[in-house]
Design a protein around this ligand. Structure first.
Ligand code: PBG
Length: 337
């Protein structure tokens, strides 16, 4: 054997780090947190071991735990004390996210991002205003959606999302992240923020959001499962890769500052595409199901959670994400220390 090419030469300790192409840093990571107005105590989230819903009184303490690991940004989700037809607690001044964010921004240095959606706030669990025919069908006992795009009214939802975003920013949010998949949501929010004098607050668009089974544990965590039907008439078809480019381009035109792809691991091709086609920062959301499956395998003793989580999040970075929203943020940052 006379091998001139021996890639193993660069794999030894000492040189391995020098030739490494990708690295993770705590400053790349965003930690989602759940604030729950229905509880006075922390409640473990069964489907997401290691995560809890915290009461408003513990929101600052929860964020301090995140900051102590080196992670500097949080994505805040709220579970309101009550739900109604239009999700009015989403934009209430004394709503759960508003109250929590007011405290977090006053008492910590965290960079605070809020998820802007209505599904945790509506009694039907959909991400926008329900068509009256859909409501009648649901109240009549139907459990299927109509699937024809008419269950959630797109245009009527925009103003509610815009109001919600403005209320989050007025409470102190540094960035808003609309996730309702209403057409025009980024533009509506941008305009409302500008009109209210918040032209410097960036919008991170859930630009490419698929209708994914991997959101299962989150719906449990944030109590936002649709009471009937599903989200396929507003979230994207997992079969579609080219459509992702149209979604990202549309949100970029409407003024999105950061373009997100969600979920992350089953869609790394899409993360790479968005990275290649756009100059914007790209975010990827390593969602609840991606977290839960590693935790479950870890509990069975089938894999090492810390190592497989690191490898997963590194792969999302390698595919082209600049920032990664992950339930592993704290674990990974602590391991990087
Ligand atoms: C709200 C929202 C969801 C997630 C983030 N924002 C649920 C959904 O769209 O069904 C999912 C996050 C996760 O699974 O970790 N619309």
């Amino acid at each position: 054997m006379d091998l001139t090419r021996r890639p193993r030469r660069l794999r030894g300790d000492g040189v391995r780090g020098l030739v490494s192409e990708t690295s993770l840093d705590a400053s790349d990571l965003v930690a989602p947190i759940f604030v729950d107005a229905t509880t006075e105590e922390r409640v473990p989230i069964e489907s997401m071991p290691g995560h809890e819903r915290v009461p408003i009184s513990e929101a600052v303490a929860r964020v301090e735990e995140v900051l102590a690991t080196g992670v500097e940004a949080v994505l805040v989700f709220g579970i309101p004390e009550s739900k109604d037809e239009r999700g009015s607690r989403a934009w209430a001044q004394d709503g759960v996210v508003q109250e929590a964010v007011r405290r977090i921004s006053a008492e910590t240095d965290a960079y605070v991002i809020t998820d802007v959606c209505l599904c945790e706030y509506t009694d039907h669990g959909h991400c926008g205003v329900l068509a009256s025919e859909a409501r009648e069908r649901w109240e009549g006992g139907a459990h299927d959606g109509d699937g024809d795009g008419l269950t959630v009214k797109n245009d009527e939802t925009l103003d509610l999302l815009a109001r919600t975003a403005v209320s989050h920013v007025e409470a102190g949010a540094d960035m808003v992240a609309p996730s309702a998949m209403s057409d025009g949501q980024v533009g509506a929010i941008r305009e409302a923020l500008d009109d209210a004098g918040h032209e410097n607050v960036p919008v991170m668009a859930y630009a490419v959001k698929y209708a994914s089974a991997f959101y299962g544990p989150f719906r449990d965590a944030a109590d936002g499962a649709p009471a009937f039907g599903d989200r396929r008439h507003y979230q994207m078809d997992p079969a579609n890769r080219r459509e992702a480019m149209r979604m990202a381009a549309r949100d970029a035109e409407e003024g999105a500052d950061v373009l997100m792809v969600k979920p992350a691991l089953p869609y790394l091709d899409v993360v790479a595409d968005v990275r290649r086609e756009f100059d914007h920062p790209v975010a990827a959301y390593n969602v609840s199901g991606e977290y839960a499956m590693l935790q479950a395998a870890g509990e069975m003793g089938w894999l090492d959670v810390t190592e497989s989580a690191y490898e997963s999040v590194l792969s999302i970075k390698r595919a082209g994400a600049d920032l990664i929203i992950t339930y592993f943020a704290e674990d990974i940052a602590a391991a990087l220390e």
